[in-house]
Design a protein around this ligand. Structure first.
Ligand SMILES: [Cu+2]
Length: 136
């Protein structure tokens, strides 16, 4: 249960986070988040913070193509291969990552929400154990 001051602080922080635009090197005034081209790549949609159901499709089949992630969720995600071979960076809502080569595949996760697991060219990554964070 929050009192009014706590709630107001959270609301102000949320607005600040949305309007900040921190970390971007672009000076573009466009209202649409810039997304790099993902032509020819397999694009994985990030749909929720929901264990191994966070991505569509999952598992991902690349057929040797590059892979990119598009954040169709409402919060920022940061996708990385478990083995560190590819890092797709911070993805704000609506933004697509650059397309990257992922070799023979493997498992990946969100560094912000470790319960968000997925797999490339393999079996479905197991849902994280209860208690591993983000409601799991
Ligand atoms: Cu995330």
């Amino acid at each position: 249960m929050y009192n009014n001051n706590t709630f107001r602080s959270i609301a102000i922080l949320a607005v600040a986070a949305i309007t900040c635009g921190c970390g971007g090197s672009s000076s573009s005034a466009s209202a649409t988040p810039a997304s790099p081209s993902t032509t020819g790549a397999v694009t994985v949609s990030i749909v929720a913070t929901n264990g191994n159901k966070s991505y569509v499709p999952n598992p991902v089949q690349t057929g040797g193509q590059q892979i990119a992630f598009k954040n169709n969720d409402g919060v920022t995600h940061h996708i990385m291969m478990d083995d560190g071979s590819a890092d797709f960076g911070d993805l704000s809502p609506g933004v697509s990552s650059a397309a990257k080569t992922v070799g023979n595949g493997g498992n990946f996760h969100c560094t912000i929400h470790p319960s968000m697991v997925g797999s490339i060219n393999g079996a479905v990554a197991p849902d994280p154990a209860p208690g591993s964070g983000n409601g799991y």
